[in-house]
Design a protein around this ligand. Structure first.
Ligand code: ADP
Ligand code: MG
Length: 703
């Protein structure tokens, strides 16, 4: 019931205001009383009118009033409280032959509710009416005991997102109080003239409207309110995006004012590496190497994103940049999202740097304690200039006193939350290079990644043979087994990727083991060795399995998706993916990118099982038709939307509360221009605006 003093719902009983309220509100992301103003309803209930009992219709949501005729506990089919209400004497057709009545049914209830519903009590009831055994009934209605003629609210009743133990009544009253208590909370942060020119509602009007909209809105207004396209919603979304833009700009400025070590380099190590490489850098690589080299010589910390399709050669670019830092007497940290990838980088760098006198420390979460300690000590003393590892590298106090440069490979795998963690580790002064094969959607580039500079590798190293993609029905799997066996006996190597089983890592593991056994049996006597690699292996077992494959001792490598990112074995020329319909496009593209790295013609077999969902069909068509990662990512976005790119799911925290990066994309540009203008015209207002929106949670938004 709206603005009710005494409410008889169970939730209200359980959550007396005050006790633990702050913690519960914190769960909703409400840190300060002022944040309550921005806690917006999910939907509304209309408690402004009473439907006479006789007009109550099945299928409608109504508020009605009556007098309790009887209330009993029934035991069949299960224990329940059943109450019947009728029109009050002298009202609503009382005395006619046909008497209206309504059943209230509670499958869980409190003694207090039973007591409140004693015969003769006048109750106001709200809920969805359904067809019951004895006529219309409402299951678990909201109700309260009222005096005759008790006034009705004149506004719709908001229903807020809430959390266990926090009742709507409590939330409504704390929010209403927070709004009323301090007029500055609903005052516009933006100058009136700009609000007018930007054609926005006033902030106070928007807030009042959204918390307490008037009843009986014209259909079109009601629709836009529900769809969150109403001008009141638009103002909130605009404000949110504006705050995000302002905070991003502030962040950029803060970076510009920080001092990073100037990494001039001497060229000694970099030219030695260039001389040693068995290939010549592509022009794109040369250009990007120059861009990064230039940034590293500046006193402002670099924050650059290197985008390049799978196989475009990002690693060597990173290595050259790293050596420039080492030449300048600084330490470098090179992070990868998985152990396998980190280890592979480590091995590759070790080969590239052989004889150069640059020791590399390898760090990973599951390294034996002793090796880990030694690696850490070498880093802490500054003796080792180069650290390669998973992000465990930065956990548990790994110290690198001369850290000057951080490289994050496969950045999109880390997500925004980890970007935040990195920033928090006192890396503010280090140059940062992030690498990703997945291009950033435009809306994200304009928002959460707006503070990054971007370099693009838009050219593939020469001599790559395009990968032929074949879509094959699982029914014909036996043919593929035979075909791969034939190729392997000719000395070619194949990856065989197990079906992705998202719900169960254990099941995925079992499948991998079973597949390994199956192929081993199938190839028995042919001399083809089948390897196995999955996430549960110990790091040294993984490394051994990988090494056997690299050296060609195993012909077929059965793998779970642990090999998805970055693994580089040029001799492997066949990729079989089981149940390809279960994989995402980015994953399929990454997996296919594991082959086609040498000079042999490569094939990627996508086994699929029917029936296929529409999305699966769409994905398979895209991967079949396209080879360019940027195009695939573009198609992927059309299918999925940008939200997932951010890893917002991993962190569990929504990036924006109200605005939707996809649907409200046009508003982003508007907000960006508005941010510029506001900063120019009224920096104080800009500050107040950011404080209102992000004061409680600025850290995350900045990430
Ligand atoms: P990614 O951009 O996907 O990380 P890698 O850095 O793993 O790609 O490079 C893929 C492969 O191409 C590696 O074997 C690498 O040594 C090789 N490579 C990189 N640059 C060149 C080049 N300019 N010419 C030939 N091969 C190259
Ligand atoms: Mg890579």
């Amino acid at each position: 019931m709206p603005r009710a003093k005494a409410a008889a719902t169970p939730a209200a009983k359980r959550a007396p205001p005050g006790a633990g309220l702050a913690e519960k509100l914190a769960k909703l992301g409400i840190a300060r009383e002022a944040d309550l103003v921005l806690h917006m309803p999910l939907r509304y209930e209309d408690h402004t009118r009473l439907t006479p009992l006789r007009d109550v219709k099945v299928g409608e949501t109504v508020q009605t009033e009556g007098v309790v005729a009887d209330t009993d506990i029934a035991y069949r089919p299960r224990r329940q409280l059943v109450s019947r209400i009728e029109p009050a004497p002298g009202e609503d057709g009382q005395g006619r032959e046909w008497r209206a009545q309504l059943t209230l049914r509670f499958f869980s209830f409190y003694p207090s509710q039973q007591k409140a519903l004693q015969p003769g009590a006048r109750v106001r009831v709200y809920g969805d009416v359904r067809e019951g055994y004895f006529g219309p009934e409402i299951v678990h209605p909201q109700f309260r005991v009222v005096a005759p003629g008790a006034p009705l609210p004149d506004r719709l009743t908001p229903v807020y997102p809430t959390t266990a133990g926090l009742s709507q009544e409590t939330l409504r009253s704390v929010i209403a109080r927070a709004i009323a208590a301090d007029a500055s909370r609903t005052r516009d942060t933006l100058p009136e003239e700009l609000v007018r020119r930007w054609r926005q509602w006033k902030f106070g009007d928007a807030v009042e409207f959204l918390h307490h909209p008037p009843p009986r809105l014209p259909a079109i207004a009601q629709k836009s309110l529900d769809a969150r396209t109403h001008p009141a919603w638009t103002r909130l979304k605009f404000d949110e995006l504006l705050a995000q833009q302002l905070s991003m700009k502030a962040h950029r400025e803060a970076r510009a004012s920080r001092r990073a070590p100037v990494l001039t380099g001497t060229g000694a190590l970099t030219s030695a590496l260039l001389a040693r490489l068995p290939f010549k850098l592509t022009r794109a690589q040369q250009r990007v190497v120059r861009e990064i080299a230039h940034d590293l010589k500046r006193t402002t910390p670099m924050q650059r994103l290197l985008q390049g399709d799978v196989g475009s050669g990002k690693t060597v670019v990173a290595a050259l940049a790293a050596l420039q830092a080492v030449e300048s007497g600084r330490q470098v940290a090179f992070m990868a999202p998985t152990e396998i990838l980190a280890e592979q980088h480590y091995r590759k760098l070790a080969v590239w740097l052989e004889g150069s006198g640059v020791p590399i420390a390898w760090l990973s979460g599951s390294l034996p304690a002793k090796a880990r300690r030694e690696a850490r000590e070498a880093l802490a003393s500054g003796a080792a200039p180069f650290a390669v590892g998973t992000h465990a590298l930065f956990q548990e106090g790994v110290e690198m006193p001369k850290l000057g440069f951080v490289i994050v490979d496969e950045q999109h795998r880390f997500g925004v939350a980890q970007r935040l963690a990195l920033r928090g580790k006192g890396l503010a002064e280090a140059h940062q290079l992030m690498m990703s094969a997945t291009p950033i959607p435009r809306t994200l580039a304009m928002t959460f990644y707006a503070d990054l500079d971007v370099s693009v590798l838009d050219e593939m190293p020469p001599g790559r043979t395009p990968v032929a993609t074949r879509l094959v029905n699982q029914k014909r799997r036996a043919e593929i087994v035979a075909w791969v066996g034939k190729l392997a006996s000719e000395g070619r190597q194949a990856y065989w990727v197990c079906p992705l089983i998202e719900e169960s890592e254990k099941l995925e593991l079992q499948t991998a083991v079973a597949l390994h056994a199956e192929l081993t049996a199938a190839y028995a006597g042919t001399g083809i060795a089948v390897g196995l690699i999955h996430g549960r292996l110990k790091p040294d077992e993984k490394a051994a399995a990988m090494q056997a494959f690299i050296e060609g001792r195993t012909g077929v490598l059965v793998a779970t998706t642990v090999i998805e990112v970055g693994v580089d074995v040029p001799n492997a020329s066949v990729m079989v993916i089981e149940h390809a319909e279960r994989f995402g496009l980015a994953q399929l593209h990454q997996l296919r990118g594991r082959v086609g790295r040498g000079s042999t013609e490569s094939t990627c077999v996508l086994l699929f099982e029917e029936p296929l969902t529409d999305t699966a069909k769409a994905r398979l068509r895209v991967i079949y038709e396209h080879h360019d990662g940027f195009e695939i990512a573009r198609q992927d976005l059309l299918i999925r939307g940008p939200g997932e790119f951010l890893g917002a799911r991993q962190s569990g925290e929504p990036l924006l509360r109200f605005a939707d990066l996809e649907r409200d994309a046009p508003m982003i540009e508007q907000a960006r221009d508005a941010a510029d203008e506001l900063l120019r015209r009224d920096p104080e207002a800009a500050k107040a605006h950011v404080e209102r929106w992000l004061g409680g949670r600025q850290e995350f938004i900045k990430a």
